[in-house]
Design a protein around this ligand. Structure first.
Ligand code: KPL
Length: 303
C-alpha cells in the first residue's frame, strides 16, 4: 500500500496516477476538517491529464488518526512542512517503512534522513507541472521528469518497479544529490527574481540584468565546491527561462496566493552552504536580502 502525504497539486498528481494504475493507495490529510471537505465532495477528484478527463475516487484518512503501519510513504508537502508532518505520523512507521521525498530545494531532505535513521529515505527530483483550478480538481499541465535516488547510494528498491510498470514514469539516479543541487541552482537564478520583480520567468533577464549573470557565476563556483560539474549551468538556466517564459514560478505563485514560499530551502540553502564552504556569494546574498525584504513588506514569512 502506498500512502501519499500532502494534498497540494503534487500530492494529488501522485495519488491520481497511483489510483488510475489500480495500485492500493491512500491520501493522508492534515486534519479532520480536511477529511470532511473530501468526504463532503464524495472523495472525488476530477483529473485532467494528457490522456483525457478522469473522475477518480480517492481513499483518504487523517495522517495521525490511524494505527495502520505505513510501508511506503510518499511525502509531497512543501519543504517547510515536512518535518512537522512526518513527526505527527512517526508512530506509524516501522524499520521496514520507506520514505520517498518529493520536495523542491534542499535542506528538508537531509533533515528527514537525520531524523529517521531507521527508515530508508529516498529523494526525488520532479519537474511535472500541475495545478488546481478549484478544490477537488487537478490539471496535469506539463509532463516532466521524475528522477529518484538514494543519497546512501544503495540500489533501487523493488517496489519502485510497480510504479514504473503502471503508474509513474521514473528513472533511477545514482547521483540524486547532484541532480537536486542543479535543480536548486536553476531555481535560485529564476524564482527569487520573479518574486522580487513580480514577473514571469521569461522576464527575469530583462529585469535582473547583470545581477542574474553574477548569481549564475556564483552558483557555478558553489556547485563546483560540491563536486558537481556546472560548466553548462548558464546555458541550462537560460534554456529553462526560454522554455518556461510565460510561466509564473512556484515562488511567485506562492506569493500571489499569500502562502509561505520555499525561499529558505532554495536561495537560503545556497547562501548558507556558500558560507560554510567559504565561497564568496555577494550577488546571491544581496538577492536573499532583497527577497526577504519584499516578503516582509507583504506580510509573508521571510524564510
Ligand atoms: O521549477 C520551477 C519553479 O517554478 O519552481 C521553474 C523551473 C522555475 C519553472 O517555473
Amino acid at each position: 500500500m502506498f500512502h501519499v502525504l500532502g494534498a497540494g497539486s503534487l500530492g494529488l498528481l501522485w495519488i491520481a496516477r497511483l489510483q488510475q494504475a489500480g495500485l492500493d493507495c491512500r491520501l493522508l490529510l492534515r486534519d479532520q476538517a480536511a477529511l470532511q471537505r473530501w468526504q463532503a465532495a464524495g472523495n472525488q477528484l476530477h483529473f485532467t491529464a494528457p490522456s483525457g478527463q478522469h473522475q477518480l475516487c480517492i481513499n483518504s484518512e487523517v495522517a495521525a488518526q490511524s494505527d495502520t503501519p505505513i510501508s511506503i510513504l510518499i511525502v509531497a508537502t512543501k519543504a517547510h512542512a515536512v518535518m512537522t508532518a512526518l513527526e505527527s505520523l512517526r508512530y506509524r512507521l516501522t524499520s521496514a517503512s520507506q520514505i520517498l521525498l518529493l520536495q523542491n530545494g534542499l535542506g528538508a531532505q537531509q533533515q528527514v534522513t537525520q531524523a529517521f535513521p531507521e527508515q530508508r529515505v529516498l529523494y526525488a527530483s520532479v519537474t511535472d507541472g500541475a495545478w488546481q483550478p478549484a478544490p477537488q480538481q487537478l490539471v496535469w499541465a506539463g509532463q516532466g521528469q521524475t528522477l529518484i535516488g538514494d543519497p546512501a547510494q544503495q540500489p533501487a528498491p523493488h517496489w519502485l518497479l510497480q510504479l514504473d510498470q503502471r503508474a509513474i514514469n521514473w528513472q533511477w539516479s545514482e547521483q540524486i544529490l547532484a541532480v537536486l543541487w542543479r535543480k536548486l541552482a536553476v531555481n535560485c537564478a529564476i524564482n527569487p527574481f520573479t518574486l522580487l520583480f513580480d514577473c514571469s520567468n521569461g522576464e527575469v533577464p530583462q529585469h535582473a540584468g547583470v545581477w542574474l549573470d553574477q548569481c549564475i557565476a556564483e552558483l557555478q563556483v558553489l556547485l563546483a565546491t560540491q563536486g558537481i560539474a556546472a560548466q553548462d549551468l548558464d546555458q541550462q538556466i537560460h534554456d529553462v527561462i526560454r522554455r518556461t517564459a510565460s510561466n509564473s514560478s512556484s515562488m511567485r505563485q506562492d506569493l500571489h496566493a499569500g502562502r509561505r514560499t520555499e525561499l529558505a530551502y532554495i536561495l537560503g540553502y545556497a547562501c548558507s552552504e556558500a558560507q560554510h564552504s567559504g565561497v564568496p556569494a555577494p550577488a546571491l546574498e544581496r538577492l536573499l536580502t532583497a527577497t526577504r525584504q519584499r516578503l516582509s513588506e507583504l506580510g509573508l514569512p521571510v524564510d
